[in-house]
Ligand binder design. Structure first.
Ligand code: ZN
Length: 177
């Protein structure tokens, strides 16, 4: 893997991305969480160890346990606004609470997604009032899953990146935001 990445550390959370601007956006989203919901902000750090933005475009993203790594292709970060991104990070981190001994308690699907969406909705509502309900249904039922399906190849790529990360085979330059 020749591609190099940049990283920042926010408390215990490592954020890796191919471009500095993506790191800044994640940092800004986290600041938004901090400002609006200090409890969710605190929870983030026990639920999430790494946010890894890949060098691929597309909307696929996946949360890995027990590593507590959220992999996401760049379009998820680039195409979404800051508030949505902040709520998505909370959604993904919530998935860490749905595991026992590093395994999903329930099969993938609605039973996992519904509670995570609920937590995300609650946060968006706090952030935007009634607007918080904006396009959650739309995103998850029409766009989100379809795009995930279209992007199956990414899931194998995430696994590759994970093994490269584990064996220190990625070039990652640590920077300050
Ligand atoms: Zn989810």
């Amino acid at each position: 893997m020749n591609k190099s990445f940049f990283s920042i550390k926010i408390k215990t959370l490592l954020v890796i991305a191919p471009e500095r601007s993506l790191l800044r956006k994640i940092n800004d989203a986290l600041l938004l969480v901090k400002k609006n919901d200090s409890r969710e902000y605190k929870n983030l750090f026990s639920r999430l160890n790494v946010i890894f933005i890949t060098n691929k475009s597309g909307h696929a993203n996946e949360f890995f346990m027990p590593e507590k790594i959220w992999f996401s292709n760049t379009s998820v970060i680039v195409k979404n606004d800051l508030k949505w991104l902040a709520s998505l990070i909370i959604h993904e981190a919530f998935h860490a609470t749905q595991f026992k001994n590093g395994k999903y308690i329930l099969p993938l699907g609605d039973k996992l997604e519904k509670p995570a969406i609920k937590v995300q909705e609650k946060f968006l509502k706090k952030l935007e009032g009634v607007l918080g309900k904006r396009d959650l249904e739309h995103s998850y039922k029409e766009k989100y899953w379809e795009k995930m399906e279209e992007d199956k190849i990414s899931f194998a790529y995430f696994r590759n990146l994970l093994s490269f990360l584990d064996s220190n085979k990625l070039r990652i330059k640590h920077i300050k935001v």
